[in-house]
Design a protein around this ligand. Structure first.
Ligand SMILES: Cc1ncc(COP(=O)(O)O)c(C=O)c1O
Length: 455
């Protein structure tokens, strides 16, 4: 008894020594410096910061959010999709009532319940032919990114390349798994292949192992740029020459200004160089949080056998999220089934809305800034985003001023670059708005820019 009391006294003493009083007088038990270094990294704050500013200025018109259009949201559809998936399980898969109940209510397979439907969709919309066994359904595309990077980061030599400016979710995920990111220039072609080759060479010369290059070949986030067909083919050749994987992230590919679009890298990938990262957030519904990875690469084991990279990713997933919510998968599956497994068909209305919005914002920019040679922007061929260049520093403080004093939000581009690049650029997204709000938002943006003399 006495020994126990002494031990608990010692424990209390050790805790008191560690307790720190903060400037606001609050006792803290933990030091940020003792937690994972990613928690001190700006990239992990980016999304929270941007969301937090939007919440503080709810009346500001937001060109910041890369969220899908909300006009088509209808709660009844969720019920319809669930019923449709149940009908499919019974009529096409031969499930009895007991198996259906279990499929909806119980834990599910780690790789997912709906891999066959995802494979059917990929073949139909993208011309990608893959065995459902090579698909892992994930909690959003974000989990697929984490799984791929976690698997590829074997030791401190392993690095990932990313076409930059890049999606903050990639940078943040890489930090979580302690994987350095090497920036590859983007440029008007969407990727500077010479720079990619140079970066790979330089990394190898300094003892590093570049494992993969992450990119969005279609209507990228944040720039809205796309790779043309010759660049796609040259990139695949380069990846093969350099023994590199490509992580192809494609949430916006369906939202081009024209029906005609170049094949995805995965559709062209006859050498299994591409891990395809899919998201249903923009094409299904974001609240379901369903995405997937297609990982059809063979992995050789030390006993001479081999298996799919998807199976290795699924092992990691089993320790991260166990499985993706079967209810959420059922909703996405139902939406696919309601449209013959085509997301192009399912998104006919949204595709029209995003084309209208992109045209509207580009016309609106031309009208308002035609006489300003120091204000420029790119002209994407689709997607949600475009990038404006302005003659002053467009950082977080400027964005906050813009929200507070002018009632308009946008995203500072420096969040998508390492270091202090992109300080005079801002990302505009038009996916969430209607033409009237785009007009009002652009008037406010023009007033904000007019208020900032070139520096
Ligand atoms: C380029 C890119 N990749 C991945 C994601 C995350 O997708 P999900 O919502 O499916 O996790 C996003 C979300 O905005 C994105 O823009």
């Amino acid at each position: 008894m006495a020994a126990t009391a002494a031990a608990s006294g010692r424990r209390r003493g050790r805790q008191e020594e560690r307790r720190v009083t903060t400037r606001s007088g609050i006792d803290a038990l933990l030091l940020l410096d003792d937690l994972h270094p990613s928690l001190r990294d700006e990239s992990l704050d980016s999304m929270n910061f941007l969301n937090e500013v939007s919440t503080r200025y709810p009346d500001a018109i937001s060109f910041a959010a890369g969220r899908p259009y909300e006009g088509q949201f209808d709660v009844e559809l969720v019920h319809l999709y669930l019923r449709e998936y149940r009908r499919y399980l019974i009529q096409q898969r031969g499930f009895d009532a007991e198996r259906v109940r279990r499929a909806f209510f119980q834990y599910g397979p780690t790789k997912g319940l709906i891999t066959e439907l995802v494979a059917r969709n990929l073949e139909l919309d993208e011309g990608i032919r893959v065995d459902p066994e090579s698909i892992v359904v994930t909690v959003g595309c974000q989990e697929a990114i984490v799984l791929a990077l976690r698997a590829l980061r074997a030791d401190e030599r392993d690095v990932v390349l990313a076409v930059t400016p890049t999606y903050v979710g990639l940078t943040g995920a890489a930090r979580l798994v302690d994987m350095p990111v090497i920036a590859v220039r983007s440029g008007p072609e969407g990727i500077d292949l010479d720079d990619l080759a140079d970066q790979v060479r330089a990394a190898r010369e300094s003892g590093l192992r570049p494992r993969a290059c992450y990119l969005l070949p279609d209507f990228s986030n944040p720039e809205g740029v796309s790779l043309d067909l010759p660049t796609r083919r040259a990139l695949l050749d380069l990846a093969d020459d350099q023994d590199l994987l490509l992580l192809e992230d494609n949430p916006y590919g369906l939202f081009g200004m024209e029906d005609e679009r170049p094949p995805t890298l995965k559709a062209l990938d006859d050498r299994h160089r591409v891990v395809y990262l899919g998201s249903f957030a923009k094409t299904g519904l974001p609240g379901a949080r369903v995405g997937y990875a297609v990982a059809d690469q063979q992995v050789a084991r030390c006993d001479g056998t081999s298996g799919l990279f998807a199976d290795e990713l699924s092992k990691i997933k089993s320790m991260l999220t166990v499985n993706t919510s079967p209810i959420a998968q059922a909703v996405i599956a139902g939406k696919l089934l309601c449209h013959g497994c085509s997301l192009i068909a399912a998104n006919a209305a949204e595709i029209g809305i995003y084309r209208r919005n992109l045209t509207h914002i580009l016309d609106g920019l031309s009208r308002r800034f035609a006489d300003r040679t120091d204000v420029t922007w790119n002209i994407p061929r689709g997607g949600f985003f475009l990038v404006m260049t302005v003659p002053f520093v467009a950082d977080d403080a400027a964005m906050e001023r813009s929200a507070r004093d002018f009632g308009v939000l946008w995203t500072p581009m420096h969040h998508f670059y390492p270091g202090s690049t992109g300080m005079r650029q801002l990302r505009l997204s038009c996916s969430l708005l209607d033409p009237e709000l785009i007009d009002e938002g652009l008037d406010r943006l023009a007033a904000f820019i007019a208020d900032h003399p070139p520096t």
